[in-house]
Write a new protein. Structure first.
Length: 302
């Protein structure tokens, strides 16, 4: 076996839901609007469902976490923007049925195509830009803005923009990283992108899975959630901080700001993926992803 398995995030979400829905109370289409932590439990108020009380709350609700905002303050305090925007959506495989990925860029804008199967793929569009506002999230205006921003590019970009018109799964955001002084306050703890996220290039999904594994096991070993939260942070923060460096550099890699930057990126990438240095780039990426010794808990772990 190769030792590596690549799973699309949506497929991973479906797998986790299918395996746990018999034991977990899933509630879709709702959100937390208030948290009252009295030191012994947390009262949670929802937008739609009736309020309930829990021993503790785990905020694993993404880069723009509502739980984090309720406990740690507005996201302007914790979200550090990196000067780029991204857009991603599914489309047919535009790499002539081949697997793998290919990219094309000009100063300040770049397009990367990835084949997820012989017939399907995904497009990633990266460009210079500021934070995304709520108004920016409307799919119609966003598609028109993207079409204008990437107009005139060569390669397969015109075909990508044609596919964008009918894309039903468009994801748009700014490249940013999350920075909080600690992962927990009282009986509320942050996990995954809510605690240490990076929009692109920060090992977000795998880092969240590792964080969940560590947090769950630390909670199973401690009678006091605060002690478990502290051990979880002590183990995860150094690794998460290293992973975030990739997110800080991602925009500049996919869409360097100048022609010199584009040329330099192409030369460096060509050298790292050349036959003489075969596998160097892959090993660099793999080293960043696996730079963590998964703890053993009761015989579990690797």
């Amino acid at each position: 076996m190769s030792g590596d398995v690549e799973i699309l995030r949506g497929d991973l979400g479906r797998i986790l839901h299918e395996r746990t829905r018999g034991e977990v109370d899933y509630r879709f289409g709702d959100r937390i609007t208030r948290l009252d932590d009295d030191g012994r439990s947390v009262k949670v108020e929802f937008e739609r469902a009736a309020a309930e009380t829990y021993d503790f709350v785990v905020g694993a609700d993404g880069l723009h976490s509502g739980v984090r905002a309720l406990v740690f303050g507005d996201e302007s305090r914790s979200l550090r923007h990196r000067g780029y925007r991204i857009a991603s959506f599914g489309l047919p495989n535009l790499l002539d049925g081949r697997r793998g990925a290919a990219s094309f860029c000009e100063p300040g804008r770049g397009v990367c195509l990835t084949a997820t199967s012989p017939g399907e793929g995904r497009a990633l569009l990266v460009s210079i830009g500021g934070p995304i506002t709520e108004e920016d999230r409307d799919p119609g205006p966003q598609k028109r803005a993207l079409a204008a921003r990437f107009a005139g590019m060569g390669w397969r970009v015109p075909r990508v923009l044609e596919c964008l018109k009918d894309a039903a799964n468009l994801y748009v955001d700014a490249i940013a990283t999350v920075h909080v002084d600690r992962y927990a306050r009282g009986r509320v703890v942050l996990l995954g992108d809510a605690a240490y996220g990076g929009t692109l290039g920060g090992q977000g999904t795998s880092l969240a899975m590792v964080g969940a594994y560590v947090l769950a096991n630390e909670l199973s070993l401690a009678s006091d959630p605060a002690a478990a939260f502290a051990r979880y942070e002590a183990r995860i923060r150094p690794y998460a901080t290293r992973c975030q460096r990739g997110a800080a550099r991602a925009g500049g890699f996919f869409a360097p700001r100048t022609r010199f930057g584009v040329a330099l990126r192409d030369v460096m990438y060509g050298v790292l993926t050349s036959r003489a240095l075969g596998g160097t780039f892959e090993r660099m990426v793999r080293a960043a992803a696996s730079d963590f010794a998964l703890p053993r808990y009761g015989g579990a772990g690797a």
